[in-house]
Design a protein around this ligand. Structure first.
Ligand code: SF4
Length: 327
């Protein structure tokens, strides 16, 4: 039987924003129609950088999973769980760390990059260096065939494949080498033109109400070379227009492009059109989120059920691992 299993996780960063909506979640929604999906909240991964600040992780998990459910990630179709509730991830991590050469981890491109960028945190820890091993454990503990990744995450998956191959070489064939399932994710810009991110304070959250959303859209940077309403503008230079491309119908967009270049529309009116489209698109999601949030135990129940299913699968793999290891 073809292995149609997929594993994908998200760090619990709290409420999700439009960047998640058009990136990971839209893909998950499609994948769950076709594959056997394991979606998890990667709370142990949060510890690799947030070990000194664990206060909000539990609440973040709840908010994030509520967003998943409201978006349509379906616990009947997919296994939804929290990484730390399935201890086999940690057990396999320990075993894989015994066979993973340190040089593989040191050459991981994001390792140095993150250490250089996150200077406020001391990331010279064993856990941070070893997070690709934990990532490998997250995936192969389910013997997943595929992992949805963007182009930039391919080096991580390559380490996972190398670790699986090394295990199989040393102890016998236990793990399939998971293949990359390349996913396209549009880069969603935040209000200020940088990548949309909670930590930059430039995000529109899925759970923002209509008024908050409108206010945020109206504050978006436009074409900075168009100081006056009478100056012709250029949508290709406009941060707000990157959202028009995602939310405004093609015909209307073509109209806006012409009116902007011909100085027939002002940025305020143009952003009002955008704000309305964003609000309209998100309103069914928001209604659903509110409805789900009214059942306080819902997220907990979904996660308990998910942890149960995931533990069964991961437990089976660990039996194979122990048999192969002979310890
Ligand atoms: S009119 Fe619209 S597309 Fe043109 S610069 Fe202003 S906000 Fe951007």
């Amino acid at each position: 039987m073809e292995n149609k299993r997929i594993v994908s996780g998200m760090r619990p960063t709290g409420k999700l924003h439009l960047g998640h909506f058009h990136g990971v979640l839209s893909n998950w929604l499609k994948l769950q129609q076709e594959f056997e999906c394991f979606f998890f909240a990667a709370d142990w991964h949060s510890l690799t950088t947030e070990y000194a600040n664990t206060e909000g992780i539990r609440d973040s998990i709840r908010e994030m999973v509520l967003d998943w459910l409201a978006f349509g990630i379906d616990p009947e179709k997919s296994t939804i769980f929290v990484q730390s509730q399935v201890p086999q991830h940690a057990e396999l991590n320990l075993i894989l760390s015994m066979i993973t050469p340190v040089s593989w981890l040191e050459r991981n491109p994001t390792y140095k990059e993150m250490q250089e960028n996150l200077t406020a945190k001391d990331l010279s820890t064993f856990g941070f260096l070893g997070y690709p091993v934990l990532m490998a454990s997250d995936i192969i503990v389910y013997k997943a065939a595929r992992v949805p990744v963007g182009q930039d995450q391919i080096p991580h998956l390559e380490i996972t494949r190398e670790i699986a191959r090394r295990f199989n070489y040393l102890y016998g064939e236990v793990f399939p080498e998971p293949a990359a399932l390349l996913t396209e994710t549009p880069k969603v810009l935040g209000l200020d033109g940088r990548k949309m991110s909670k930590s930059y304070g430039n995000a529109i959250f899925l759970s923002d109400n209509a008024e908050e959303t409108r206010k945020k859209v109206m504050s978006m940077v436009t074409d900075v070379q168009r100081p006056l309403r009478t100056d012709p503008g250029e949508p290709d230079r406009c941060v707000a227009f990157t959202l028009h491309s995602l939310y405004v119908a093609e015909e209307k967009r073509a109209e806006i492009v012409a009116s902007c270049r011909g100085a027939q529309i002002g940025c305020v009116d143009c952003k009002k059109i955008l704000a309305q489209s964003v609000v309209d698109t998100l309103s069914p999601f928001r209604a659903k989120r509110e409805e789900l949030a009214a059942t306080p135990s819902l997220v907990e129940d979904v996660l308990a059920e998910g942890a149960h299913k995931a533990t069964e699968e991961a437990g089976q793999t660990m039996k194979d691992v122990r048999a192969a290891l002979k310890v």
